[in-house]
Design a protein around this ligand. Structure first.
Ligand SMILES: *Cc1c(COP(=O)(O)O)cnc(C)c1O
Length: 434
């Protein structure tokens, strides 16, 4: 499989090169040259397949010759080392809980897959420079990246986070791992962290010493394995339900875009719902046909605070830039913080289900779609993208409950924080040049 740049001004590359480059040389996102189709008997074999076999079969054409089947299988097996249950919330709605991974965030799958691919490629390349994954996090993402890359040979991870602006659990997840993970506590806000990272990526002096790479959903190895959520959910549901609708809480739109890839491959998904907070450029586009990125608005579902979603261009490519075709498969709805809190409360009182703000927005979007489409026969799945404990303060105040620490993170609160304080770009540069 070859990948081309969506800016159409860079050479096509293999999966390995796309993973190692992250972004193409013309700053475009990579996209597979063709979308592979599921084997004709795939759906009839699905019930009897293991999740691992299914995942290998789905991912194989995307990695092409870059990984042997044995290497791919090993990576898939290490990636999918936890459960993806669907909790029934009402008669025709279920919550696909993507948060049972090591850091309780759905990004665990993409981060683990990408880390292992990159580690594999670097190990096979004796001339490879020391690789550094450089990330800025507002809280939720950094932990999954740090944990995904923990102990991967040949790769250092440097995480910048804003001092005092992440939750106590998030801070522990960033600062207690040790080994090849270093946390830099920045005296500033998230945008300062982000600016420093962007400057470093353009700094030739640093690039002479280290191969810098990012670990967001721009990278195909983080984006594509998210297709597996939809396959895993479909596998669980298809014997009882004919029509399945997925509602996806979205920020950068990597997850939703991966779902649409699964659909394009031939997975029979009836409809997708793009669910956002007040950062609603995509729902507005679906209404008006006018795509107008905006400045980011802060909300309580802050992992979706994105004013200019990077993966939207991939969604456009999937439907060949056909607005009518897009509207036929995708609806979009957006919600304020007060609507989000009200949904968390009604899920709790009426459905006995504790959702955090991102999942609650998915639930709202699903209900809105069912109502708008007059659809009373489909089964709806909303993706619950984080464990409530990751947004404990908001969940506990809104629902007036006390959450318990799940086993994965029970020990972490007692572990010792290790972080290096920095304040300026010069501090970051000095650290990276050392
Ligand atoms: C990253 C994230 C999202 C948004 O996912 P995208 O792929 O960027 O749209 C939603 N919820 C949570 C909890 C996240 O961490």
């Amino acid at each position: 499989m070859q990948y081309y740049s969506l800016n159409k001004n860079a050479p096509t590359v293999s999966f390995e090169q796309a993973v190692r480059n992250g972004l193409a040389s013309d700053r475009g996102l990579y996209f597979p040259e063709n979308i592979p189709q599921l084997a004709p008997d795939f759906l009839s074999r699905l019930a009897a397949m293991t999740i691992e076999d299914m995942a290998v079969e789905v991912m194989q054409p995307y990695v092409g010759n870059s990984l042997t089947e044995a290497a791919l299988r090993e990576i898939v097996s290490a990636t999918l080392c936890f459960d993806f249950p669907i909790q029934p919330v009402s008669e025709h709605i279920g919550s696909l809980e993507l948060y049972h991974g090591p850091t309780l965030a759905f990004k665990d799958v993409g981060a683990r897959f990408m880390a292992r691919c990159l580690g594999h490629f670097i190990a096979g390349d004796a001339s490879a420079k020391k690789t550094t994954v450089l990330v800025a996090t507002s809280g939720d993402t950094g932990g999954a990246v740090a944990d995904g890359f923990l102990g991967v040979e040949g790769i250092d991870v440097v995480i910048l986070y804003p001092k005092g602006k992440v939750s106590p659990l998030q801070e522990k997840q960033l600062t207690t791992l040790g080994k090849n993970i270093t946390a830099l506590e920045v005296d500033g806000v998230f945008d300062d962290c982000q600016d420093m990272v962007k400057t470093a990526f353009l700094d030739d002096a640093i690039k002479q010493q280290r191969q810098l790479t990012s670990a967001n959903s721009i990278n195909v190895a983080r984006w594509l394995p998210q297709m597996l959520y939809y396959f895993i959910a479909y596998k669980q549901l298809h014997e009882q339900h004919k029509d399945i609708v997925f509602a996806v809480p979205s920020g950068n739109f990597g997850n939703l875009c991966a779902g649409m890839m699964a659909w394009k491959m031939g997975l029979p998904i009836k409809h997708f719902v793009a669910c956002t907070n007040s950062n609603k450029v995509v729902p507005e586009y679906l209404q008006s046909g006018n795509y107008a990125p905006k400045k980011t608005i802060p909300t309580i579902s802050n992992a979706m605070d994105v004013g200019a979603p990077s993966n939207f261009i991939r969604i456009q490519e999937i439907v060949a830039n056909n607005f009518k075709a897009l509207k036929a498969i995708l609806s979009g709805f957006s919600y304020s913080d007060s609507a989000t809190r009200a949904a968390m409360q009604s899920l709790r009182t009426e459905c006995d289900y504790v959702a955090e703000p991102h999942g609650a927005i998915g639930y709202l979007g699903l209900e809105a779609y069912f109502k708008q489409a007059g659809d009373t026969s489909s089964y709806g799945v909303f993706l619950e993208t984080a464990h409530p404990i990751k947004f404990a303060e908001e969940v506990e105040t809104t629902l007036d409950i006390k959450l318990e620490f799940p086993a994965q993170v029970a020990g972490i609160m007692a572990a010792k924080k290790q972080a290096i304080s920095i304040a300026t770009y010069a501090d970051l540069k000095a650290f990276l040049m050392d």
